[in-house]
Design a protein around this ligand. Structure first.
Ligand code: MG
Length: 222
């Protein structure tokens, strides 16, 4: 079981789904040589990929090129279906950090073949989350510095103001397709600077006002 602190409470992290945005920062879309989207690009990560802070991201043997992607995550407070943009923030419990770990070589192959991203995004440990939840209203999610270091060296640095689609629009769009349940997680996309992680790397991901999420990396035992 995975719990994160929200003020004095412990909240169990038990989503029915993790909905992720792709290409939600123009600079990252550009580094991926992808077009800037005119409506949100979404995909799912399985809840089985979640790990808490200070755990291990396991590099699967099928991939030679696993990347980090630091993202602002939104936790949903109650069931949401066909939510209007102007009501969408009423469905937000709070915010945390999620790493959308990606087997880039497997994703590139899937893109070439026109296949889904599920394999490249779905391995166990590919969704580290934490270190805590900050309640809606305590921070402005539209203007937070966001970044990631590997072994003390800065790899990603941006600000959530650079997001193409903002949180209310994202919630409204997703809820027009699938019902969001209490506890569901939305990962809002990554700024530029995604790069390979290697066994024994130490990752520190931060978002202003939320804190630092630390994880270690190791290769799957063969
Ligand atoms: Mg991502």
């Amino acid at each position: 079981m995975l719990f994160l602190e929200l003020g004095k409470e412990q909240v169990e992290i038990k989503p029915t789904k993790i909905v992720c945005l792709g290409r939600n920062y123009a600079a990252h879309a550009k580094e991926m040589k992808s077009e800037i989207p005119t409506k949100p690009v979404i995909f799912l990560k399985p809840p089985s990929a979640l790990i808490g802070p200070n755990e291990f991201i396991i590099l699967p043997k099928e991939s030679k090129n696993v990347h980090h992607e630091v993202e602002l995550a939104v936790l949903i407070s109650k069931k949401a279906k066909n939510v209007k943009i102007e009501d969408a923030m009423n469905y937000v419990l709070g915010y945390t950090i999620l790493l959308d770990i990606t087997a880039r070589d497997l994703q590139d192959e899937a893109k070439r073949k026109g296949l889904p991203w599920t394999v490249s995004k779905g391995y166990d440990t590919f969704a580290p989350i934490g270190p805590k939840i900050v309640a809606r209203g305590e921070i402005d999610p539209n203007n937070l510095d966001i970044g990631l270091k590997v072994n003390g060296e800065i790899r990603q640095k941006g600000n959530t103001s650079q997001m193409i689609f903002k949180i209310p629009e994202i919630i409204s769009y997703i809820s027009s397709i699938m019902t969001l349940e209490q506890g569901d997680i939305i990962a809002t996309g990554t700024p530029s600077g995604v790069e390979r992680i290697e066994s024994s790397d130490e990752i520190e991901a931060w978002i202003e006002g939320i804190g630092v999420l630390r994880e270690s990396v190791r290769r799957e035992n063969l």
